[in-house]
Design a binder for this molecule. Structure first.
Ligand code: B12
Ligand code: SF4
Length: 530
């Protein structure tokens, strides 16, 4: 689209990244949107990283974190990145962030109704005041036309609705609120039916936001254009209290990739790693528990190695950081090979990390060596379980691999000095305690292979195969409310199964597993230090 009229920037946008409490690294989401808006010629945008602004209210943890971060920066500048001292500071920083997360998350309400209730109760006054103090000065600007709320993670929904509440109290409909992000895409059905949400949010964007946001900003207030804007939900002019959706769809392709713009994010505060995308979609896209596969309904489409390398070079030049993290769900081994070759040909001296699917190609030491030579220093993947039965139900990419073979592949990756992070979860419908023990046992026995283990309970979510066909997975009943207290469960469902662990057993197992994993990591750190 080409606009001769420079008046297209007249609708000023404030984009807010609400707190989500546990981020080590700067997010790609908002910088990607901003880079794209500017690339299209829309410059009238400001960004507020409320995540960091909120952390700052959690002093003294914040002061301690900043101290550690400074120490780490000094070591890195002296060429001591990856030294034991630098690693030690990194681990301490992770611990402080974890504590801040626990402190902050302890109280967050879990359901949409519970979040909306908080506006009415005095007990939430101090939290509301904190949010108000942070956003009020930004909302006071008379030329502000739009606030964009990016809601990718469960915790962000709570803060985002609180911000929207402040906007509507302070500015009414003079400021329009547009919300987008993974949490919106996934829960759009629940959100558009809620009458309180209707008062707070004027527009929703599902899926990729670049083109919808640009079109909305450049055509508003022309209501006739709304049905033409892809991925948009807007208020039905004919029916009070209802939204309508445009029929048009926009799906990002690698041709749309731009150099992300980190305006508004203090890169000194986050750990040194800039996020980047190598592809769109997921190369597997078939895991039965995954909402991404269901929500996106798109093919995997890798970018060109040349363009990816050029974007990285652009970021190197603009921001001076040489560590890059691919935010993709997973890159294929074939694309990684092409990328590695490109980075080497372009003479890039960088470190990079990515998520992968566990593929037999990684059992080739020469392949891993090539990846390492190109700067790959970390791979992460969803191991989820090592039980063949459970992996089969989950329909994981590596469902045909026996635990011994998984171990063999991981050993080759680790020998190439590439660090490994894994994610596991417990309580997939019908999973027994024995099966959960098998997975936990595998991780504990092979703890030296892992540099990070992320563990959560299973959550039943909209837009997943398990939710669509619960009977097939042994689920006998689904509730809108959880009966058992689990973390990170906002807008997920409670359920019962015909066999396997119940939710209380899952909660108890996760607590036990977390303790054992922490102990194992502590021992490993001590062993390495001595
Ligand atoms: C990288 C990543 C992480 C990183 C984040 C690092 C960081 N600093 O951002 C880490 C590892 C920390 C992480 C953690 C978690 N993650 Co995660 N993560 C991702 C991942 C793989 C990529 C996100 C990304 O950067 N995408 C690239 C950017 C450019 O695209 P995008 O974020 O989708 O944004 C686009 C649109 O959403 C839209 N949009 C976004 N905001 C806005 C705003 C407006 C106004 C508009 C118009 C549009 C719009 O336009 C954007 C550009 O196209 C996604 C999966 C995926 N592929 O999206 C999961 C994903 C976001 N994560 C998910 C989850 C569940 C988690 C955890 C809760 C897991 C857990 N149980 O611990 C935790 C979060 C914990 C917490 N405290 O909240 C879910 C979110 C589902 C949901 N919200 O209901 C996803 C979708 C994965 C999935 N399949 O379920 N994650
Ligand atoms: S869990 Fe990961 S690999 Fe599986 S479909 Fe979802 S994004 Fe793809």
């Amino acid at each position: 689209m080409f606009f001769l009229d420079t008046g297209m920037s007249k609708n000023k946008l404030l984009l807010i990244w609400p707190p989500f409490l546990n981020s080590n690294h700067v997010s790609l989401t908002v910088p990607f949107l901003v880079g794209s808006l500017k690339d299209k010629g829309f410059e009238n945008v400001e960004v507020f990283d409320m995540n960091v602004a909120y952390w700052k209210t959690l002093s003294p943890y914040w002061s301690f974190y900043r101290l550690l971060r400074r120490g780490q920066g000094i070591l890195r500048r002296r060429g001591l990145a990856s030294s034991p001292a630098e690693k030690f500071l990194g681990e301490k920083m992770a611990r402080v962030l974890e504590t801040m997360e626990t402190k902050g998350m302890r109280f967050l309400p879990w359901s949409l109704e519970a979040i909306l209730e908080t506006f009415k109760h005095d007990s939430w006054f101090s939290e509301r005041k904190k949010v108000r103090d942070l956003v009020r000065p930004l909302l006071a600007r008379e030329d502000l036309a739009f606030v964009g709320l990016s809601i990718n993670f469960p915790d962000q929904l709570f803060f985002a609705l609180m911000i929207a509440h402040e906007i509507k109290e302070q500015r009414g409909d003079r400021v329009q609120v547009v919300a987008g992000g993974a949490q919106i895409t996934k829960n759009i059905r629940q959100l558009i039916e809620n009458k309180d949400v209707y008062r707070l949010i004027d527009f929703f964007v599902i899926g990729d936001g670049e083109e919808p946001l640009f079109q909305l900003l450049t055509t508003y207030p022309d209501a006739k254009s709304f049905p033409q804007i892809p991925n948009l939900y807007f208020k039905d002019p004919e029916k009070e209290g209802a939204y309508v959706s445009s029929e048009k769809r926009f799906v990002l392709t690698p041709d749309d990739f731009v150099v992300p713009d980190f305006q508004g994010f203090d890169l000194e505060v986050y750990r040194d790693m800039l996020p980047v995308l190598g592809a769109v979609g997921c190369p597997w896209g078939q895991c039965s528990f995954c909402s991404y596969a269901g929500a996106q309904n798109r093919r995997f489409h890798a970018g060109s190695p040349e363009k990816t390398s050029a974007i990285i070079q652009g970021m190197l030049k603009r921001y001076g950081t040489s560590t890059f993290g691919f935010m993709d769900n997973a890159l294929t081994s074939a694309f990684m090979k092409a990328l590695a070759g490109q980075f080497l040909r372009d003479g890039l001296r960088i470190s990079w990390s990515t998520n992968i699917n566990l593929d037999r190609k990684f059992a080739d030491p020469d392949f891993c060596r090539l990846l390492k030579d190109s700067g790959l220093n970390w791979v992460g993947f969803g191991l989820e379980s090592v039980s063949r039965r459970v992996l089969g139900l989950m329909n994981k990419y590596h469902k045909d691999l026996e635990p011994e073979e998984i171990k063999r592949i991981l050993t080759v990756i680790r020998r190439a000095d590439i660090e490994i992070g894994v994610y596991i979860f417990f309580g997939f419908p019908t999973e027994t305690r024995e099966e959960a023990r098998q997975t936990l046992g595998f991780v504990l026995e092979n703890i030296d292979l892992f540099d990070y283990v992320g563990m959560t309970p299973f959550f039943l979510e909209d837009l997943t195969m398990v939710f669509e066909e619960p009977g097939k997975y042994g689920i006998t009943e689904i509730y809108a409310q959880h009966k058992v207290k689990l973390v990170n469960k906002r807008l997920t469902y409670g359920f019962e199964t015909r066999e396997g662990m119940d939710r209380e057993e899952v909660r108890a197992f996760c607590e036990e597993a977390l303790d054992l994993l922490r102990q194992a990591f502590r021992k490993k750190t001590l062993r390495r230090a001595s």
